[in-house]
Design a binder for this molecule. Structure first.
Ligand code: SAH
Length: 278
């Protein structure tokens, strides 16, 4: 009999921690390793950004532990989360640490894994679809496109102290990074836009806010860089923000909008007036 793909995935051994990225929302973006982990876990330590539809598929026997940092509930410190993972693993549990997006992209997965290493706890990392790529794709915005950018820059809009990150070379980014994707930046978008414009970025550059990407409540707001600070005030986090010419492709690639209300797509989003060959 033909084996199913899931049958060939690893067994979750007791005493192990699996750090798994759940993707930005849509459960269909969970990897097979993620599904495999969910099926076998004894305890699931999850963040605020993990979609409820994914948690609904946890086995009834699994202990659910919320380790989020929003929603009015008290925030556990990063250290206390790591210590709990160690404690559960030492109790011989199969510990699933479930995080939104990808665990190694602005997700503190590295910090948690380092603590596990220090404690001698074996672990596996399961990458996930990160909001800055997959979330944008749900808005019809490609992170790279041959005609517009051969690089993409991911930035957090929040430093460790909660301020605009000042260790960044904003003028260099303004002129050297054709497409910028910002995480955790809604609050500081006004100041970030100012720094980019001061650093030489075109104030008319295209910006898209993709809020609650890949969820049923996804909204996309487009504006120019000079308007972005004002527009950000009306955007509900979590949101990823794309800056650069790829945003204009959305008018042609908004497949979600097309599925939802049959929106007519613009065949020439970059105004090139020609068919792309190859
Ligand atoms: N590890 C995550 C990022 C965690 S940082 C990942 O790889 O996606 C938290 C930030 O991620 C949020 O402030 C927001 O900028 C972004 N984010 C996560 N999920 C999102 C979603 N569904 N829609 C829009 N942005 C999201």
């Amino acid at each position: 009999m033909k084996r199913e793909l899931l049958d060939d995935l690893p067994r979750f051994e007791p005493g192990w921690v699996w750090l798994v990225g759940a993707g930005p929302g849509d459960p269909g973006l969970l990897t097979l390793h993620g599904v495999n982990a969910l099926r076998q876990a004894d305890v699931i330590v999850y963040d605020a950004l993990v979609d409820q539809r994914i948690l609904d598929h946890a086995p009834g026997t699994a202990e659910m532990v919320y380790a989020g940092k929003r929603g009015g509930r008290p925030s556990p410190t990063q250290r206390s989360i790591s210590l709990r993972l160690i404690e559960f693993a030492r109790q011989g549990k199969r510990v699933l640490r479930l995080k939104g997006g990808d665990p190694f992209v602005f997700g503190r997965g590295g910090e948690e894994a380092l603590t596990l290493t220090g404690a001698g706890i074996p672990f596996r990392i399961v990458p996930g679809v990160t909001a800055g790529i997959g979330g944008l794709a749900y808005a019809g915005i490609p992170a790279t496109h041959r005609d517009t950018n051969s690089s993409v820059t991911f930035i957090t809009g929040h430093s460790m102290t909660g301020e605009v990150p000042d260790t960044l070379n904003w003028p260099a980014l303004a002129t050297g990074a054709p497409v910028i994707v910002l995480y955790m930046a809604v609050k500081h978008m006004g100041r970030i836009a100012e720094r980019l414009i001061e650093g030489g970025r075109d104030p008319m550059d295209a910006v898209a806010f993709v809020s609650k990407a890949a969820t049923d409540d996804m909204t996309v707001t487009e504006c120019t860089l000079q308007e972005a600070g004002e527009v950000a005030k009306g955007v509900e986090p979590p949101a990823v923000i794309a800056i650069g010419p790829v945003v204009r492709l959305r008018s042609a690639l908004d497949w979600m909008g097309h599925i939802k209300d049959g929106r007519v797509l613009n065949p020439d989003p970059l105004g090139q007036g020609r068919e792309e060959a190859g």
